[in-house]
Structures are given as structure tokens and as C-alpha cells.
Design a protein around this ligand. Structure first.
Ligand SMILES: Cc1cc2nc3c(=O)[nH]c(=O)nc-3n(C[C@H](O)[C@H](O)[C@H](O)COP(=O)(O)OP(=O)(O)OC[C@H]3O[C@@H](n4cnc5c(N)ncnc54)[C@H](O)[C@@H]3O)c2cc1C
Length: 568
């Protein structure tokens, strides 16, 4: 084993059995090495500051599917809880209130096989978006990079949401993009799904004889590692002009230059939301555009700042002098046009776009012809943490009407004193939203950004007492309630939401999760606690996060006619 040998939480006999699977250089129980695996990424602060994240008892790094299956069998034999990780961009898999779990780090499994002709790619867990796009773009094929950036695993992201800016053209549901899948069950059996029944090379289809089982692996928005380990996934790719996009600079001050013959960014300003909505509707009807996004003003100020250290100071210098009147009286629409069949298509789409914007009182602004957030998504994380922490990100998806109502409710609530005293003041311009599936669906995000230092209980000088409780109440009860009451579908239901609280409003999907879990993980060792860890966090650490108003809202939605109940 690597480093210090410690057998406090996992017995020496079990550790030796694990070591015999991967060899001594790929297992460690050293507390220093293990502490590197305490939650990182999205949501890490709330877990760290409140001592919810813990270090694993051991870390193991398998090389292939057979090793994964043998590790899981050893875990079942010795009843060792385990958590898989592909890139560990999202810390929600880490927290589990335990010290005795094995962390299965899949980063050695990083192969990819591209089938250019049939437009799909077979991926192991540790192939990241930037790596995949580096290869596929040259061959005229594209996937869908999520907001989490180019450093997240394509496979793990597909198990969760798989959503990003390209969803205007590419279906938003990652699950619909899957083909064949290889899975190690929580008991350590290897299964192959979909067209793989026709042979080991048949990765082309999600379906096959018999029922489609992909829902078992996806749950509602992922299992947080609680349903075994996906070791290979085939996912569809989509046509795009062949490109070798050259990076410039060093992250966080980097971008890719866009060749202007086929791609072009446009920024427009409008004075009100109604004009933006009309423009969006017409853009979708005209079947033009590749990315269509109503962005918040402060993203522009974040984008103007360069580099990491200077980033926050520069952002505040730009953002603070702007008044609420200025910001709320300006709406910015950002559009990427792509001439997929040639330059003539780009020119045509540009003419149509300009007509639509002019007819709806929009004004063309300057736009840099570079990309920082779509193809390789190198710097996109900056836009999620203007106050130094990821904060709250809740989402709603539905029609334009539902998104509009959600936005109006949120803006009204946000102007109330407590919100602006605790969180970044968005000055009446958020929530932002974008069109998916060529305008048939809209997606919007509700944020609350507290100051990172004020949230840190360990920071004696800066900590603001009670802020974390108000933050969690906002996140679970205020934002959560606005989303369900306006008929929107959330995006984080099994990830950073107390599942049991919201499930009655969503056809009690936890009943199905429980049934599947009991059937496939009888020892309960695959990421124990998940996908209900947020219920546990709220119960144990933030009991005030669930308000009576939220409980009433869930009850009202659960009893509505849309859930099969008689009309009242
Ligand atoms: C700031 C920010 C913004 C984001 N915005 C978006 C967005 O707009 N759209 C979007 O779709 N996503 C978004 N995400 C999510 C992100 O892009 C990834 O989908 C997410 O982090 C999961 O991928 P990962 O590589 O980080 O997985 P990991 O952190 O490695 O794992 C995520 C979970 O999946 C489990 N898991 C990992 N690998 C496997 C496996 N092989 N088999 C079974 N279970 C596994 C883990 O146990 C864990 O619970 C965002 C994340 C961040 C940090």
C-alpha cells in the first residue's frame, strides 16, 4: 500500500484482499492521502464549513472493469461501504457522515473509442469533456459540455444531467443520448445494456430486446454513486463543422479563438423582458441559432476580468457602481450562430437574426469572437462564484410561461431585505434563462451567493452568525417552493435537495428508488445514505431549512389534478 498503513476503519484482512486486486501502488489508507478526497467542487463549502464532508478510510484506483467488479465483491464480502468518483467535480458524492468508506477513484480508466461513421463515442469514466472535444471536434462531431466545465467526466455528467449551452440544438436529456452501457452492479456483477446483447462491439443503441433499463442507472437526476458503477458508456455525438480550435493563454485567462467564417457570437441589449421573449420566440420559429441565452448583466463584468487573483477585485470594481435602475432596465441576449453547412448559412442566419432583433427593439453590442465557456469550458466556473463560493443554484425547466412566472416570483422575493442583506445583490436582472430544444423548453437558474468568508464558521473575524441557516432556508424552502409552485421541473432532485421532502410533489419517486435499491444493493454499501444525503443534512445540521410554507406547497402540488387527483 502507498503511505502509512492504518486499519482503524477497514480491517487489515479486507485491505489485503483489496490490495491483491490492484497491486500495492494503487491502494492507500494513509490519512494524509485520504484527506485529499474530502469534498471538492460544487457545494464543497457548505459541506466543509459544517463538517459534513469526511475523508475516506481508504482510496483505491482500479484499472479496468474486471478490477472494479472484484473490488465491489470484496466490499460486499467485508461489508465495506464504497463511493465511486470519475472526476470528482461535484462534491455531493463525498459527504455521507461516515469515516469507514472506500473511495473508488476511477481516474486510471480513461480510454475512449470513437465511431466516427455512426457518430458515437464509447467512454470510460475518466474521459473529460475537454479531452473528448479535443478529438471529436477535429472530426466534425460535438457533445454537450455542461456548466461544470471541460474538466468534468462525460460519463459521470451523463449519469447526472448532461445539460449545457448546446442543448438548443442537442436534446437536453443526457439519458436520451446514451447507447450501450457496461455496469458493475452494487453486488459486483458485470452487466451490458442495450444493443450490447448483440455482441461486445455493438455499442450503437440504448435499446434491445426486452425492456429498456437505462432508467435504473439514471434514477431521477443520478444516484450519487448509490447504484453501482458504470464502467463504460456509449453516447451519441452530433454534427458540427470540423474544427481544430486553438487555445490561447493560460487558464483562468484563456480562451479559444473562433474562426469567423462559420461561427459568430452576438450580444444584444433590450430594455425589457417582454421584447427579449418575443425575439426568442421568433428566433426559435425561424429555426436559427446554435446557442440562445438571456444572460445576467454581471456575467459581462465577470467575463471582463482576466486571471484568477485579480478576478474578484476587478469584478467588484465593475459591478458595484452600477445602480439597480441601470441594471434592471437592461436585458442582454447572447446568441451564437454556426454555419453548419457552410458560410452561406451563417450569413443567412445573421440576416434573419438582425431583422428579428430590430423588430423587437434590440440593440447590437460588441462581442469578442472568442469562446471561454462552450466548447472546452475552461473558465466557466468563474461565473458560478462571484462571491468566492458556489452558493445556491436551483433550477427550473418548463415552457416560457412557467419560466417567466418563476422569474417574476423570484425577483419579487429577492428585493426583500433579508435576501439583499445576505447575498449578492443581482439588482433586479436575474434569473437568467436559455432556450433548449429550439425553444420548446426553457431552462432557468435561481442563485443565492453569500460571501464565502461570512459563511465559514471557522473564520472568526468574518463569519456572520446564522447566515448558513438563512442560506439553507433560502435554498431549500424559498427557491424550492417557487420552482414547484410555478410548475417547473428542478434539476437537482436527487443531488442537493432533500428528496423525501419534495417527492410527494413529484409522484413519490422515492418509492421507486427504494425498491430498486433494495433489489440491487441488499447490503446497502453502494454510497450509503445516497441519494437521501441531503435529507440527512437538513435533519441533522439545518433543521430550520424546511419551512411550513414549503410543506404546504408540496402538499398542494401533490394533491393537484396534474398528479391524477380529481379537479377540486
Ligand atoms: C459550478 C458547476 C456548475 C455545473 N453546471 C452544470 C450544468 O449546467 N449542467 C450539468 O449537466 N451539470 C452541471 N454541473 C455538474 C457537473 O458538470 C458534473 O456533471 C458533475 O460534476 C458530475 O460529474 P463529475 O465528473 O464531477 O462526477 P463526480 O464528481 O466524479 O461524480 C458525481 C457523482 O456520480 C457518482 N459517480 C461518478 N462516477 C460514477 C460512475 N462511473 N458510476 C456510477 N456513479 C458514478 C459519484 O459517486 C458522485 O456521486 C455543474 C457543476 C459545477 C461544479
Amino acid at each position: 500500500m502507498i503511505g502509512q498503513e492504518v486499519f482503524k476503519n477497514i480491517s487489515e484482512e479486507a485491505c489485503r484482499a483489496l490490495e491483491s486486486v490492484v497491486g500495492p501502488e494503487y491502494l492507500s489508507t494513509d490519512p494524509v492521502l485520504c484527506s485529499a478526497y474530502v469534498g471538492r467542487g460544487f457545494d464543497r463549502q457548505i459541506f466543509l464549513f459544517n463538517e459534513i464532508s469526511r475523508a475516506p478510510a481508504a482510496v483505491i484506483m482500479p484499472e479496468n472493469t474486471e478490477q472494479v467488479a472484484r473490488i465491489v465483491k470484496v466490499c460486499n464480502l467485508y461489508k465495506i461501504p464504497f463511493t465511486p468518483m470519475s472526476s470528482y467535480g461535484m462534491a455531493f458524492g463525498g459527504p455521507n457522515f461516515r469515516d469507514d468508506f472506500l473511495f473508488i477513484d476511477l481516474k486510471r480508466m480513461n480510454h475512449m473509442w470513437l465511431d466516427e461513421k455512426n457518430m458515437y463515442v464509447v467512454l470510460e469514466p475518466a474521459v473529460y469533456f475537454a479531452q473528448m472535444h479535443g478529438d471529436t471536434l477535429k472530426r466534425g462531431l460535438i457533445g454537450c459540455v455542461p456548466g461544470g466545465g471541460g474538466g468534468t467526466s462525460v460519463l459521470a455528467n451523463s449519469l447526472v444531467n448532461g445539460m449545457g449551452l448546446f442543448n438548443y440544438r442537442i436534446t437536453y436529456a443526457a439519458q436520451r443520448r446514451w447507447n450501450g452501457i457496461e455496469w458493475v452492479s452494487p453486488e459486483g456483477e458485470i452487466y451490458r445494456f442495450g444493443s450490447l446483447v448483440a455482441g461486445d462491439d455493438s455499442w450503437f443503441w440504448q435499446d434491445g430486446p426486452g425492456p429498456n433499463l437505462s432508467g435504473l442507472l439514471h434514477g431521477i437526476t443520478g444516484w450519487g454513486g448509490a447504484m453501482g458503477i458504470v464502467t463504460k458508456m456509449s453516447t451519441k455525438l452530433y454534427p458540427y463543422p470540423p474544427r481544430k480550435l486553438e487555445p490561447e493563454g493560460i487558464s483562468y485567462d484563456s480562451c479559444v479563438k473562433l474562426p469567423e467564417d462559420r461561427e459568430k457570437w452576438y450580444n444584444f441589449s433590450f430594455s425589457n423582458e417582454a421584447d427579449v421573449e418575443k425575439a426568442l420566440d421568433e428566433i426559435a420559429r425561424a429555426r436559427i441559432g446554435f446557442i440562445v441565452n438571456r444572460v445576467p448583466s454581471f456575467w459581462r463584468d465577470i467575463a471582463r476580468t482576466r486571471g484568477d487573483l485579480a478576478y474578484r477585485n476587478r469584478f467588484w470594481e465593475l459591478w458595484e457602481p452600477q445602480t439597480r435602475e441601470e441594471v434592471s432596465g437592461r436585458r442582454i441576449l447572447r446568441v451564437l450562430l454556426v454555419g453548419r453547412s457552410g458560410q452561406a448559412e451563417l450569413e443567412y442566419e445573421e440576416r434573419v437574426l438582425m431583422d428579428i432583433v430590430n423588430e423587437n427593439n434590440g440593440k447590437l453590442l460588441k462581442a469578442r469572437q472568442v469562446d471561454e465557456a462552450s466548447f472546452f469550458a475552461v473558465n466557466s466556473l468563474g461565473m458560478w462564484q462571484p462571491t468566492g463560493m458556489f452558493g445556491d443554484c436551483d433550477t427550473g425547466m418548463e415552457t416560457m410561461k412557467a419560466i417567466r412566472e418563476m422569474g417574476e416570483r423570484w425577483r419579487k422575493r429577492e428585493t426583500e431585505k433579508e435576501y439583499t442583506a445576505d447575498f449578492l445583490d443581482p439588482k433586479g436582472d436575474t434569473p437568467w434563462y436559455m432556450a433548449y430544444n429550439m425553444g420548446r423548453l426553457y431552462y432557468s437558474e435561481l442563485h443565492a451567493w453569500p460571501d464565502a468568508a461570512q459563511m465559514d464558521r471557522g473564520d472568526k473575524a468574518e463569519h456572520k452568525p446564522g447566515l448558513e441557516d438563512r442560506f439553507m432556508r433560502w435554498r431549500v424552502s424559498e427557491a424550492g417552493r417557487i420552482i414547484i409552485e410555478t410548475g417547473n421541473q428542478g434539476f437537482f432532485y436527487s443531488l442537493v435537495t432533500p428528496v423525501r421532502v419534495f417527492a410527494p410533489a413529484l409522484q413519490n419517486y422515492d418509492v421507486w428508488l427504494d425498491r430498486m435499491k433494495a433489489e440491487f444493493d441488499p447490503n446497502g454499501i453502494s454510497a450509503p445514505g445516497h441519494p437521501y444525503i441531503f435529507d440527512e443534512i437538513v435533519d441533522k445540521v439545518f433543521p430550520g431549512a424546511i419551512t411550513d410554507e414549503l410543506k404546504d406547497a408540496v402538499k398542494k402540488v401533490a394533491e393537484g389534478p396534474w398528479n391524477g387527483n380529481p379537479e377540486k
